[in-house]
Design a protein around this ligand. Structure first.
Ligand SMILES: Cc1cc2nc3c(=O)[nH]c(=O)nc-3n(C[C@H](O)[C@H](O)[C@H](O)COP(=O)(O)OP(=O)(O)OC[C@H]3O[C@@H](n4cnc5c(N)ncnc54)[C@H](O)[C@@H]3O)c2cc1C
Length: 254
């Protein structure tokens, strides 16, 4: 007997997606994260650090879990590693970054997490026949930040709802694509577009500084959430011009 509905929520290397012929090769990030205790952090602030040395091709983060406990990690993409190992990049961020080292000195690593994160948005189809994909299996990750937990929760809930209705005769599995598009389609597409713009700056600290200087804090937040503020549209034009001139490609140190 064949299942009426199968929900593939089996992560970025989803066997369900491959089995249903829904998988595709796409840009992916690699991340490593330490849970650290006894750190001297601001428990009210999630911090992101950019720079060709601290986090080539991505960013490093300090995300508080409590008064003196935090997740400290780095995410990048293989094309930016140039033979460096990602855990060496994280260790060097913790030991040497001019701001982070004071916050993390003496911290104890209590857990290590690592993995792959989709960075190219959703595949052309997330439903075929009796299969629905949700979460990382469906590329539901903000390409701007690598954050996929909230989207996986929304995607999983909608997949469950659509599947339950379909098996009780009140709807169809084909409703899923539209439900997901309404819930997150635009933001996910935008986040890939934004990542492609930001990618033009990631090999140059000078270009990155220029981009961030153009985005006030509120617009930076909107950008991370997959909204495209006017300033980013302007920045895109400027980056295009500057990155095609020889002076726009200098590597920086941090
Ligand atoms: C180091 C790191 C840090 C991150 N930090 C953040 C963060 O701070 N905020 C954020 O929003 N996102 C973060 N992410 C991304 C986030 O973890 C994912 O987007 C999210 O977990 C996706 O959830 P998921 O349920 O789709 O997939 P997963 O969390 O990968 O869960 C899939 C599950 O399916 C299981 N599975 C796979 N194959 C099979 C099989 N054949 N049979 C049975 N079970 C199977 C796996 O064991 C796993 O338990 C991070 C990712 C990494 C790697």
């Amino acid at each position: 007997m064949e299942a009426q509905a199968i929900i593939g929520a089996d992560g970025p290397s989803s066997a369900t997606a491959r089995g249903a012929n829904l998988a595709r090769r796409q840009e992916a990030g690699v991340c490593i994260e330490y849970e650290m205790a006894a750190v001297n952090i601001d428990p009210g602030a999630a911090e992101m650090y950019f720079g060709t040395k601290a986090a080539p091709g991505g960013y490093a983060w300090i995300i508080p879990l409590g008064e003196d406990v935090a997740n400290v990690g780095v995410g990048t993409r293989p094309a930016y590693l140039h033979g460096r190992r990602i855990h060496d990049i994280l260790d060097s961020f913790i030991a040497d970054h001019r701001i982070a080292k004071d916050k993390l000195r003496g911290g104890k690593v209590t857990a290590v997490m690592r993995g792959v994160v989709p960075a190219g948005g959703m595949p052309p189809a997330i439903q075929r026949g009796n299969v629905l994909l949700a979460g990382d299996a469906a590329g539901m990750v903000m390409a701007t930040s690598g954050g996929g937990i909230p989207l996986a929760m929304v995607g999983g809930a909608l997949a469950g709802e659509v599947a339950a209705r379909a098996v009780s005769g009140d709807g169809s599995l084909t409703d899923y694509t539209l439900r997901i598009a309404e819930a997150m389609g635009r933001e996910l597409k935008n986040s890939v577009r934004i990542r492609e713009v930001v990618d033009r700056t990631l090999r140059s600290d000078r270009l990155m500084d220029g981009l961030f200087a153009m985005l006030p804090a509120d617009q930076m937040k909107a950008t991370m959430r997959g909204q495209i503020p006017k300033a980013l549209e302007r920045a895109q034009d400027i980056i295009k011009k500057r990155s095609t001139t020889p002076s726009g490609s200098g590597e920086g140190s941090e």
